[in-house]
Design a protein around this ligand. Structure first.
Ligand code: GLN
Length: 240
């Protein structure tokens, strides 16, 4: 499908096609122009305050959904998503794990507004909290999941991403590793005995994130997995 065909198919009837084409020619992503996108078979609103959900993150959710019943017998799991953005991760998890309690934090109030709209749109109950990682979190969880910002501050990325998507959701200091280091270091205070930590990572970060995981959880099982393009993309830290 060409970009024009995409607009003709998905642009909402109340929106003006000429206006949309202008935005397209200005380098704006189709998903922001249309105002929503599909993730794991559901529709999510998106705007410039949230990252556009990526197919790799659908894989993160799928892998987590496959792993969860291998680690837990119980269904009433308490789950936390860190850096939720559009809310696509916790909302999708809630749809597939109706007995779980879903919590999601983001530092961006504007992102949380989008996430809350998405929870409503998808008829799911997710508890959203404005929080800088764990700063406003007061609970323990069975699962912590996160697709944090992981792009190095000096890493070249596509213009359409760099010029449109929130840098708060893209870039991380310490070579893009800041959130893995911080979340993994503090996670012990927010996890139950048996747990899964599930991360999406940058394709060059496998070794680094695995060593962070080993440093803080030397007795856990640590799994590095690849995405469909065979790039390192996911790290799971598991204690049964
Ligand atoms: N996967 C995103 C990209 O390629 C980066 C998102 C992130 O940093 N979590 O642009």
């Amino acid at each position: 499908m060409t970009e024009l065909e995409y607009l003709k198919k998905y642009l909402h009837p109340e929106d003006n096609l000429e206006e949309a084409i202008k935005r397209l020619n200005n380098g704006e992503p189709l998903q922001y122009i249309v105002g929503d996108t599909e993730f794991y078979g559901s529709i999510f609103k998106v705007n410039k305050n949230v990252l556009i959900p990526r197919p790799e993150t659908e894989e993160l959710v799928e892998k987590a959904l496959n792993l969860i019943p291998k680690v837990f017998n119980e269904k009433n799991l308490n789950i936390l998503d860190i850096g939720t953005g559009s809310g696509c991760i916790p909302i999708t998890l809630k749809k597939h794990l109706p007995d779980a309690e879903l919590n999601a934090v983001d530092i961006s109030r504007a992102a949380l507004e989008v996430a809350k709209e998405n929870a409503k749109l998808n008829n799911t109950n997710v508890n959203f909290i404005e929080s800088n990682i764990f700063s406003n979190v007061n609970d323990t969880f069975d699962i912590i999941i996160s697709n944090p910002p992981y792009i190095r501050e000096d890493e070249p990325i596509m213009d359409i991403v760099k010029n449109n998507e929130p840098h708060l959701a893209l870039y991380a200091k310490d070579n893009g590793l800041y959130f893995y280091e911080t979340i993994t270091r503090e996670a012990c205070n927010f996890l139950n005995n048996k747990f899964i930590i599930a991360y999406e990572i940058g394709e060059e970060q496998g070794e680094s994130v695995v060593s962070i995981a080993k440093k803080y959880f030397p007795d856990a099982k640590i799994i590095l997995e690849q995405d469909l393009r065979h790039f390192d993309r996911f790290v799971f830290i598991i204690r049964r």
